[in-house]
Design a protein around this ligand. Structure first.
Ligand code: COA
Length: 466
């Protein structure tokens, strides 16, 4: 069915889906191990709103009173999650229309992704006539960490944070929820939008950018768009306040064919997508890890207002790798500004190098890093700082992380981005985790750090053009 232009009622009612006071689970199963059971289980406990399991054969499910149909629920229903087999979906949508629910999320598979367009069109028509937004079908559900809503069958929900993940792949949503949790990358919400039969990327992006105060960055896993021209316009506007990062899948011939059977999407020409992303300020990344690494930097650091990155390292090799990566990501290193060269010498032995990348040597202690970072951030000739550390016997990752944080605090007014690499073992990982919790993006390779700074510069350039 044709995707219409952005509809105001959808954007407004998305709040009832992502910030509901009451949730009905239609197809709530009594049986542990079934999807409809785990959705109710996920709503048990921390979600502060009302939960209504709908099942004609049950009295109670997981302690909640069950109802035969959604119409029997005595109070208003903001969000209806549908988990009944495909052939029953049209009749439960009729019930949802009669009940005038705020929004619908259909987890059920078996629609356009398997060639069953007719069934999908029927339910879309019902929802549109009633002006009830519908997310799905063929999704894992939605999560909103700020109101403890896990209306999905995701087992390990994400930790709270500033990034909203909008994904066409539900299974990736499940996996990335656990992965971001492990990496201490917080999400504000997760929207699995599957077949995008009714609500697609455009309306979700507009809602997140304009109405969701918890989202600072929007991360997209995108297979194909149904309304490309509108996407460019929406993103151009949304990006002015909320950076958008996207991973476009379906770049190869086989990948394109797979998107058709996965979510019924047309992958389209990569060149056209690239041009659209560029025009609208959307930052395109190459893989899943980059999607979150870049989003993390954009969520916590200011955009970079000029091209001059100063690298501070205790290892020559790491410095060279960062120089190579800087070129790749559009921020080739320049010579250390004259005013800083002398200052940098204060933090290194005679055999160090004040050229960019500044090598304070393997002899550097935590306080040497602190002084060098603070002075670099305070220099009017530096626009961003990359800090690289290779694990040495006499430096402590946690202590260094604290010093880096203190340096950024002392140079707070500078409003310049900092990104960090800790190369080493478990303690290096602990150090990066600590930094991430403090809002400083930290990675395990110079390549990732320079990619993050490159994206912060790209975003800065987009804002300058605006
Ligand atoms: N209203 C409410 N509940 C109803 C109902 C109705 N009209 N008719 C039946 N039910 C109940 C059933 O009795 C059952 O509860 P029970 O287990 O207590 O008896 C429950 O709804 C589920 O129905 P069931 O027939 O057992 O279906 P299922 O749980 O095996 O499968 C889906 C349902 C939706 C999970 C399945 O069809 C499906 O689409 N799976 C794929 C989902 C997916 O992967 N999505 C994409 C993720 S990326």
């Amino acid at each position: 069915m044709r995707t219409p232009e952005v509809r105001d009622y959808v954007v407004d009612k998305l709040d009832r889906i992502l910030n509901p006071k009451s949730v009905a689970v239609i197809g709530a199963s009594r049986e542990k191990g079934k999807i409809g059971h785990s959705v109710v289980d996920n709503l048990k406990g921390e979600f502060p709103g009302e939960v209504y399991p709908i099942n004609p054969n049950a009295e109670r499910i997981l302690g909640f009173k069950a109802y035969s149909t959604v119409n029997e629920v005595p109070d208003p229903v903001d969000l209806a999650i549908v988990v009944v087999p495909a052939k029953i979906v049209p009749s439960v949508i009729d019930d949802c229309v009669e009940k005038d629910v705020g929004g619908i999320v259909i987890i059920t598979s078996g629609f356009s992704e398997v060639g069953n367009e007719e069934l999908e069109d029927r339910i879309v028509k019902k929802c549109r006539e009633a002006k009830i937004p519908m997310i799905g079908p063929n999704v894992v559900g939605v999560v909103s960490t700020f109101n403890n809503l896990n209306a999905s069958f995701i087992g390990e929900p994400p930790i709270p944070g500033k990034i909203s993940l909008v994904t066409q792949s539900g299974a990736l949503g499940i996996a990335l929820s656990s992965w971001t949790r492990m990496k201490q990358i917080g999400l504000s919400s997760l929207e699995s939008i599957g077949n995008m039969a009714d609500v697609g990327f455009n309306e979700v992006i507009k809602y997140l950018a304009e109405q969701d105060d918890n989202t600072e960055v929007i991360a997209l896993y995108l297979e194909g768009l149904k309304a490309g021209r509108e996407f460019v316009e929406i993103c151009k506007e949304a990006s002015k306040n909320t950076p958008i990062v996207t991973l476009k899948a379906g770049r190869s011939q086989r990948g394109k064919a797979a998107t058709q059977s996965h979510t019924g999407s047309l992958a389209g020409s990569m060149e056209i997508y690239k041009a659209g992303f560029r025009q609208s300020g959307v930052i395109q990344v190459a893989d899943l890890e980059a999607l979150f690494n870049i989003s993390l930097a954009l969520a916590h650091q200011p955009p970079m207002k000029g091209d001059n990155v100063l690298v501070i390292t205790n290892g020559g090799g790491a410095g060279i790798l960062s120089s190579d990566a800087a070129e790749k990501y559009g921020i080739p290193l320049r010579e250390t500004p004259q005013d800083l060269k002398k200052k940098m010498r204060d933090y290194m032995p005679d055999f160090g190098s004040a050229h960019n990348p500044v090598d304070i040597t393997g002899q550097a202690r935590e306080e040497n890093y602190k002084g060098a970072i603070r002075d670099a951030l305070n220099s009017p000739n530096v626009d961003g700082v990359a800090v690289l550390w290779c694990h040495t016997a006499f430096t402590d990752a946690k202590e260094l992380a604290k010093m880096i944080y203190e340096a950024t605090e002392e140079a707070e007014g500078s409003n310049k981005p900092v990104a960090v690499t800790f190369i080493g073992g478990e303690s290096a990982e602990e150090g990066t985790t600590w930094l991430k919790k403090k809002g400083i993006p930290a990675y395990d390779t110079p390549e990732k750090t320079m990619a993050a700074l490159g994206a912060l510069r790209d975003y800065g350039r987009f804002l300058e053009r605006k």
